[in-house]
Design a protein around this ligand. Sequence first.
Ligand code: ADP
Length: 304
Amino acid sequence: MEKIIEVEGLKKSYGAVEAVRGVDFYVDAGTLFAYLGPNGAGKSTSIDIICTLLKPDAGKVLVDSHLLGREDDKIRSVIGVVFQDSVLDGLLSVRENLMMRGSLYGLSGEKLKRAVEAAAKAAETEDFLERPYGKLSGGQRRRADIARALVNTPKILFLDEPTTGLDPQTRQSVWETVRRLQKESGMTVFLTTHYMEEAAGADYVAVIDDGLIAAKGTPAQLREQYSSDHLRLVPRDAEALAQALNKEGYTYETEGGVFSLTVKRTLDALPVLKRCEELISGFEVLSGSMEDAFIGITGKEMRN
Ligand code: ADP
């Protein structure tokens, strides 16, 4: 597959704060890439550098084969960026905002009109296209922001925490729009997020923690490598089950009468089940989640 973004040895400090400390990764063209990390990990700093908004201290970045620092105009012409804070004019309608954006890219007449309409449709903003941006709901604003970033039909769409601050339902629907857009257009999407559900739906995930890449892989690979499964046992006789588990040296927790054991892989549940078959009335094995994987990788809960 073609690598559309390549980052090598990227570093950036703000005075004494080493925000990004030597980051390497690449993004395959046409995929949805999630750059996942807790607050302060260095996500925005990285994305700002790749989008030509901030100068790195060290490292090499190629975007669509254009070298950052030497061909920044070319990079800008192939990307669309949705920032955390909106840059649209609250007094103008969504359509007017999009028209203005398109003219900045040198579009005019029919071409401009068509570009605006395509972007508005892709981001599902058609229902409120004539309304002032300042009067829109949070979710509608996000969609308008995304439409703005699409006016120049970019090859890569960058989204810095696109759903932060939205209620769960709106977050879900904006996320679905991004996913659909990416699938239908084959565009590359580079997304930073601290929401595990979003990272779980990406094609590939890089986890950044404290300015360094802590893990990379598909969501399935990260779950497999960094999370554990949970075996839950419903006892027939709780005391006897506790005794049997203690005797075998298994550690467990109990909650609401259910015994819960951590097993590295699903198959590791089998010997435990064989040992206590007579003592249980039921069981289930729960696979590890991205949340578990994240804790396994960083040793932290994401939201802290
Ligand atoms: P994230 O996007 O993952 O939350 P950032 O890239 O915004 O992380 O920040 C990484 C680190 O750099 C944090 O410690 C943050 O406080 C610091 N930082 C970010 N921007 C600046 C800045 N303009 N000046 C000083 N420190 C900054």
